[in-house]
Write a protein that binds this ligand. Structure first.
Ligand code: F0G
Length: 456
């Protein structure tokens, strides 16, 4: 096998600088040991998230120059609508400023107090909007997804028996929709198979329950289908993406990931009546239904980003870079979520720091230690992210206690990945010295963003 390289060359650079270890120690203390509270200038390689952090192409920047900033009826909206119809196949589009705004609208429109919303593992903002609308999220992902070492190729699959039991127990009328994410973030960037999605479609049809698709990383999921599922080896990514969407009734999109823009999102629907209701709601919370919180130029960049996101060379390089980092860490003997996901490598903090109980917030502590070692910024995805039980007020204790090294698209090189791997190895060798953390300040919603911690 010959090597292959990134399918682009660099024509503009943004300098990054590493501050000293002493300065990093001071910075993380100042930030309450929460990597979200660091200043970007204190970071060397920023793997906090792949959200809004990707590099746009020359075409996208050219598109920015063609922004039509009319309040109503911007031509860029129609370009965006056309791209969504062509590439994703949904009929109606409501633009929003990012993904959670679309989640807000769909949750408020469909969920009633006391409803249950089954999903293939939770996502933080998605679940919160379901709860704020009066619903209870119910996890119906296969059990393998909660085991970081299980090598199941489609860990985002739905356990159909779990779903059918829930429908029988609560009644189909208490389930407004099934919430299905492609490339499930909290499971480690794991895909759902076409076969499972088809079976889910058949089951939900039987009970007349819609499927709402969190399509934030749908192209990455499609790439894994192409790699791993029989019959899709030669099917273009564009067609696989279209097929996935066709098996669902509507979608929320954080365009800041797959679609290669720094800001943007949308709600896409096939039901005209629901679309009209969503259009009516978007003017209250986001902006007119032809911009929804985005500038015209942002909509143009997004329309172009959608076409680039399904390019075969792009998606192979994108997921390939994540695989490269993951394989290096596996070679070094670091416990990571297997198989390596599509948008990041997830360190198994429970296993790396067995001397810390989950109450000592091992993933939070590991992310802070990694930052101090090298200026690499990662993110906690464990007990802090999981929040508290709505009724009891106790911490939720997820099986997965992870640190996410999230790779922005087209932004970093293979050498950056090597530096990251070497830093993880250094922290791993010194792991006995990583001490636990305790909450110092805890906000009510999405606490991982703004909590502060102290050493215990
Ligand atoms: N759904 C998924 C699967 C996501 O990963 C995100 C955001 C959202 C919805 C919400 O979209 O941020 O545009 O409002 N994930 C980011 C992350 C924040 O770092 O994983 P948003």
């Amino acid at each position: 096998n010959r090597s292959w390289a990134e399918p682009y060359r660099i024509k503009m650079v943004e300098p990054v600088k590493m501050i000293s270890r002493e300065e990093r120690e001071e910075a993380i203390k100042e930030a309450g040991y929460n990597t979200f509270l660091l200043r970007s200038d204190e970071v060397y390689i920023d793997l906090l998230t792949d959200s809004g952090t990707s590099a746009m192409s020359d075409r996208q920047w050219a598109g920015m120059m063609m922004g039509d900033e009319a309040y109503a009826g911007s031509r860029n909206f129609y370009n965006l609508e056309e791209a969504i119809q062509e590439y994703y196949g949904y009929d109606y589009v409501v633009p929003t400023h990012q993904g959670r705004a679309a989640e807000h609208i769909i949750s408020q429109l469909l969920i009633k107090e006391g409803d249950y919303v089954p999903g293939n593992m939770y996502f933080t903002t998605t679940k919160l909007h379901q709860e704020l609308a009066g619903g209870t999220f119910t996890d119906i992902i296969i059990d393998e997804a909660h085991d970081p070492e299980n090598e199941h190729p489609f860990k985002a699959n739905v356990n159909l028996e779990k779903l059918e039991n829930l429908i029988k127990e609560k009644g189909a009328d208490r389930i407004p929709y099934v919430s299905i994410a492609t490339s499930v973030n909290m499971a480690g960037g794991q895909p759902i198979s076409m076969k499972n999605l088809k079976a889910l479609r058949a089951l939900t049809n039987k009970y007349d329950i819609p499927i709402i698709h969190d399509m934030t990383r749908v192209a990455e999921n499609a790439y894994f289908i192409k790699q791993r599922e029989e019959g899709y080896e030669d099917v273009p990514i564009k067609e696989i993406v279209h097929k996935i969407c066709s098996l669902t009734d509507g979608a929320t999109m954080s365009a800041k990931k797959d679609a290669l823009v720094n800001i943007g999102g949308f709600l896409a629907l096939n039901d005209k009546k629901l679309y009209e209701q969503a259009q009516n709601m978007v003017v209250v919370y986001e902006g007119l239904h032809t911009y929804g919180g985005m500038a015209g130029r942002d909509m143009e960049a997004l329309a172009i980003g959608i076409t680039e996101s399904v390019d075969e060379d792009h998606i192979r390089a994108r997921v390939g870079q994540v695989q490269y980092l993951g394989e290096r860490l596996i070679e070094m003997g670091i416990p990571v979520v297997r198989p390596i996901g599509s948008h990041g490598v997830f360190l198994n903090a429970k296993k790396i720091l067995p001397h810390l109980s989950q109450d000592e917030l091992p993933a939070q502590a590991l992310a802070a230690a990694l930052y101090v070692d090298s200026g690499v910024r990662s993110m906690e995805r464990g007990v802090v992210s999981a929040g508290r039980n709505q009724e009891t007020g106790e911490h939720n204790y997820p099986a997965l206690e992870l640190v996410r090294l999230t790779i922005p698209r087209r932004a970093y090189t293979q050498a950056h990945m090597d530096v990251v791997a070497e830093s993880v190895e250094a922290v791993y060798k010194n792991r006995e010295n990583v001490s636990g953390l305790a909450f110092d300040y805890e906000p009510e919603y999405l606490r991982f963003f703004q909590s502060r911690f102290k050493k215990v």
